[in-house]
Design a protein around this ligand. Structure first.
Ligand code: LER
Ligand code: MN
Length: 274
């Protein structure tokens, strides 16, 4: 299993994104620490200099496992389920841009906060209709580009829908597409799941991406989350994607990245088949 760390140019201090600043510096830092990959968070794919990022990846051997798209919602207010048709249209265009970027690097594209919230939509039924319509537009684009979209199960305090693994799997199954998978996040699962290991195993082949933070969203090792149980469950389902560290950048971004890497490397070693 590849270890990845989140990178972002600018984000709020409390955002659970680790290495901050210039992408090229962060890719180099991730490589120095020993990460196999980075997860790039950006509000708009058009803000990424593909040539520069590709050169940094080639020079360091670090790959771009995943693209985080939530900043399109946080910074620019875009939502696939907005009551405003024009906003939905811009969100879909933004997601298509992320798919094109994912195709350049073989990255999965996260559909997390860009989904929007029910309370910002016209209502639950309309929310589901708009989300389904948006995915029906984007999935053929993803298929053509060989990109996987991953729908993140997020806890109730951050999202008023699609909180549990089971709820997300039920929704994803409607599409019957190899290009739409489940994205789990240990921090969210710690809040929402009744039994984490069992529910990961039940989700099985649907799992397409994994975020890692401890129960308190600090780097793994600083809370009470049972990472060995999650690793064993991921091994059982044959998960081969990245474990991407998305945790608070404390006490400093570099210390969070180093500490998380050290902890996860040891956990993966205890669980050799991962
Ligand atoms: C937000 O809590 C989160 O987990 C992000 O991955 C959403 O894009
Ligand atoms: Mn997450």
């Amino acid at each position: 299993m590849k270890l990845a760390v989140t990178i972002v140019k600018e984000a709020a201090g409390q955002a659970p994104l680790v290495l901050r600043g210039d992408y090229i510096d962060s890719i180099q830092k991730a490589a120095q620490i020993g990460y196999d990959a980075v997860e790039l968070h950006v509000p708009d794919a058009a803000e990424v200099n593909v040539g520069e990022v590709r050169a940094a990846c080639e020079a360091t051997g670090v790959t771009l496992s995943s693209i985080g798209t939530g900043l399109a919602h946080v910074r620019d207010g875009l939502s696939l389920t907005s009551r405003d048709q024009e906003v939905r249209g811009r969100a879909i265009a933004r997601l298509r841009g992320f798919i094109d970027l994912g195709a350049e690097f073989g990255s999965v594209v996260i559909v997390g906060l860009i989904k929007g919230l029910v309370k910002e939509s016209e209502g639950r039924l309309e929310y589901e209709r708009h989300l389904t319509d948006a995915l029906e537009v984007c999935l053929p684009v993803a298929r053509k580009s060989g990109v996987m979209l991953v729908l993140e199960a997020m806890n109730r305090y951050e999202s008023d829908i699609l909180n549990t693994v089971e709820e997300c799997v039920r929704y994803i199954e409607r599409f019957d597409s190899e290009h739409l998978k489940l994205h789990i996040d240990t921090y969210h699962m710690n809040i929402e799941e009744d039994q984490i290991g069992r529910n990961i195993v039940a989700a099985g082949q649907h799992i397409g991406h994994v975020h890692i933070a401890d129960s308190n969203r600090e780097r793994p090792g600083l809370g009470h989350y049972d990472f060995l149980e999650t690793m064993a469950a991921l091994k059982t389902v044959g998960y081969r994607g990245a474990l991407a560290v998305e945790c608070l950048a404390k006490p400093t971004p570099e210390q969070a990245a180093r500490g998380a890497h050290e902890f996860l490397r040891a956990a993966v070693t205890k669980n050799p088949a991962t």
